[in-house]
Design a protein. Structure first.
Length: 255
């Protein structure tokens, strides 16, 4: 698919944490994120916080985006709360605060329909994507794609973080072939040849670059550069590379 002229050549990291889900719940200041972007050559980044409440994720992303409105794009984190329902918070973030998408993580929230369906329905109604780390639960992704055909579902990590099970990755590629509302995030992919396969089979208009950073391995710049170089080393057609590195997510988010 040809890349629109307004996004041609723009590199967008579609998976960046203000707060990670690791054991330390590591946080990164927006200044670190933007400095890393500058040194690696990334134009914009989608940012979000997890391992926290929806309310706090909104606060953290707002703080970051207000400092760097031309560089950072906020997603809101959806996590059930015993004190209050979060659907209103999610809707306000999107309709009034300029958030461009929703993040869900199976490590902190069940993906069962009785919990997540109201979130997917909201995303579908408001026309924003859901970035979902399903931790390999392809059956949940298939149910969501089937029940909410207009919802844009971005599957993190090509299905599972650092997965070395080719058969499992194949299941997610097959799902994307079957459901046009499934997009494939290729951050944290160990088997990089499967990225090329996803582009070949599904199309670059539904494959999305991300780093899943920042990480200090060995440092934030080295980590992000390694993830970017993974895509460039695939030697994709120039139009496909531009789509994966920024064009696809830019169109999806209307930026």
């Amino acid at each position: 698919m040809a890349v629109d002229i307004e996004v041609m050549g723009m590199i967008v990291d579609a998976h960046v944490h203000l707060k990670h889900g690791d054991i330390r719940r590591t946080e990164y200041r927006p200044e670190v994120i933007v400095e890393t972007m500058d040194r690696v050559g990334i134009d914009k980044s989608v940012v979000f916080a997890m391992s926290t409440t929806t309310k706090r994720s909104i606060e953290m992303a707002l703080e970051a985006v207000r400092k760097y409105p031309d560089r950072l794009i906020p997603f809101v984190y959806a996590l059930p709360n015993y004190e209050r329902p979060v659907i209103a918070e999610l809707e306000e973030a999107i309709t009034k605060l300029g958030f461009k998408g929703i993040k869900l993580h199976a490590g902190e929230c069940t993906l069962a329909e009785y919990v997540t369906d109201p979130v997917i329905a909201l995303a579908e109604r408001l026309g924003v994507p859901c970035l979902i780390d399903c931790m390999g639960r392809f059956w949940d992704i298939e149910r969501m794609a089937k029940c909410f055909p207009e919802a844009k579902i971005i599957v993190a990590h090509l299905g599972r973080y650092l997965c070395e099970d080719e058969a499992l990755i194949d299941r997610f590629i097959e799902l994307a072939l079957r459901y046009e509302n499934i997009f494939l995030d290729v951050s944290g992919v160990a088997l990089t040849h499967k990225i090329r396969e996803a582009v070949s089979k599904v199309g670059s208009d539904r494959v999305i670059f991300g780093t899943d950073g920042p990480h200090e391995a060995p440092d934030t710049v080295g980590f992000a550069k390694k993830e970017l170089d993974k895509i460039k080393a695939l030697n994709l057609d120039p139009e496909d590379e531009e789509a994966v590195l920024g064009g696809t997510i830019a169109r999806l988010l209307r930026i």
